[in-house]
Structures are given as C-alpha cells and as structure tokens.
Design a protein around this ligand. Structure first.
Ligand SMILES: [Zn+2]
Ligand SMILES: [Zn+2]
Length: 257
C-alpha cells in the first residue's frame, strides 16, 4: 500500500517538475527568485547566460571589450545619436543566448522564444517600473520573403510575455514592411509616397512606442523602423532587444565563443 502511495506521489511530482528551457534536464527552480533565468534554466545553463549590466554604450548598447567598463557613449553615438529614446537589451549576442535565439529563429522552438520573451519582460518591467509605460508594443516585422520561408515571425512570439507582463497591447498593424503593402492592390496616397522606404507606419500619432527585435547588430534596421514611426507622429520610440551583437566582433568569432 505504502509503495503504491509512493509511486503515485512520484508520478504527481513528475507533473510539477520543471525542465530547463535550454537543455531540457529536470531541475529545481531557485527558491525566492522570480526572474526568468532562475525560473527557466538549470544552474548549469544559468551560468552560461550573463546579463550585461556595464560595459556598453547607453544609447545603442554597443558592448565594450571589458564587461565592467563604465557605460559611456560609443564613437558612433558621439557623432550621431540614434532616433530612439531608450535602448534596452538583456545581454551580448554570444554563447548560449545566441544559441537560443538561433533556435527560436530557425528551429521554430517556441520554448526558446517564450524563455527569451521572459528575459525581455524582466528587462523591460524593471525599466518601466520607474518610467511611463508605452502605449503599444510593436514587434519588428519580418521581411515578406522570410515570413514565407519561415512561416512565422519570431518577434511576434517574443513580445507575448513582454506584453502580458507590462499589460501593454501588441500592435503588429503599426509597422509593416513596405513591400508587404506594395503588394496590396489599394494603396492610399501616403503609402504610395512612402514607397522606396523599407517600412510603412500605421496610426501611431501621439503614441509612446516600444519597438522589439531579437538581435541588434549594426542598428540600421532598427534606426529605419524608429525613424518611420517618428515621422508618422509617434511621441517617442523605445527599443528593446534580447541581444546586442558587437559591431566590432565578426559573427564567426562569436559562434566559437
Ligand atoms: Zn539546462
Ligand atoms: Zn552607441
């Protein structure tokens, strides 16, 4: 009888067990901690993802060689400031963080995307605890060709946990790829005028916007997207990305890190 009870108990605890979002092993979440790293990763994987808290440019997130260097503007931002108001990111695009982003992007791993979305939610909810919440969370739209190949936009998945945590709606109708609208038969005048630009904005006039992407490398796409939203009358644009890749380190070097 006792043995039966024990077996039942074990089966029941099996239902409650937690699996690491990266390596899938069963682990015990850290007691008393509510952040995504402690709740979703086993201790081994947790040690392989580091939040970057110093050693980057505060305007564009460009990481410096030393992770404990002071946060000072990079050479690029000293020349021209980016169009966004705030730049938020979790870590440098390397190691396990990079691996999980690639899994989400090309491996259709919804578990990875959910976890990365939770990381982003941690970063953003900490920031907006002391700042006015945005009116809309806008995922970076995917190139139409990519969307057709992949079948889903990973940023659309990334923003789910973030939107839920902040209590701010996702608006994926506020920023579109220009070629997407070009394919529609009926184009209004404004949209036709904007042809030749990569993005077309929706009705964002007077809105505080949080634009989300998975990785920022040179920042060119984010700059074009933010400029488009501002030209359409957005009050300001904040940017949040999971990972910031260093524009000084070639991706091949990072993949071996
Ligand atoms: Zn693990
Ligand atoms: Zn910078």
């Amino acid at each position: 009888m006792l043995m039966e009870h024990l077996a039942a108990l074990r089966r029941f605890s099996g239902l409650c067990e937690r699996r690491c979002a990266a390596c899938l092993t069963v682990f015990e979440p850290e007691a008393g901690k509510g952040d995504a790293l402690s709740q979703s990763l086993c201790p081994g994987c947790r040690a392989r993802i580091v939040r970057r808290e110093a050693g980057f440019c505060p305007y564009c997130g460009e990481p410096f060689a030393l992770s404990d260097a002071p946060c000072v503007p990079c050479g690029k931002c000293l020349r021209v400031l980016p169009p966004w108001r705030e730049f938020l990111f979790f870590g440098v695009y390397e190691g396990l963080l990079r691996e999980l982003i690639l899994r989400g992007k090309f491996g259709a791993s919804l578990a990875s995307l959910r976890f990365l979305g939770e990381l982003l939610a941690d970063v953003c909810s900490a920031y907006y605890a002391a700042a006015t919440l945005p009116d809309a969370v806008i995922p970076m739209p995917l190139h139409v060709r990519r969307l057709r190949e992949r079948g889903y936009n990973q940023c659309r998945e990334l923003v789910r946990p973030l939107s839920a945590r902040l209590g701010v709606p996702v608006r994926d109708d506020m920023l579109l790829r220009a070629e997407e609208t070009a394919m529609q038969a009926t184009l209004d005048r404004e949209r036709r005028l904007s042809m030749g630009r990569p993005f077309v904005a929706g009705a964002v006039r007077g809105m505080r916007v949080l634009l989300v992407d998975d990785v920022c490398t040179t920042g060119t796409t984010l700059t074009r997207a933010a400029e488009c939203l501002l030209q359409a009358g957005a009050l300001y644009v904040d940017v949040a990305v999971v990972a910031r890749s260093s524009s000084h380190t070639p991706p091949e070097t990072l993949s071996r890190a």
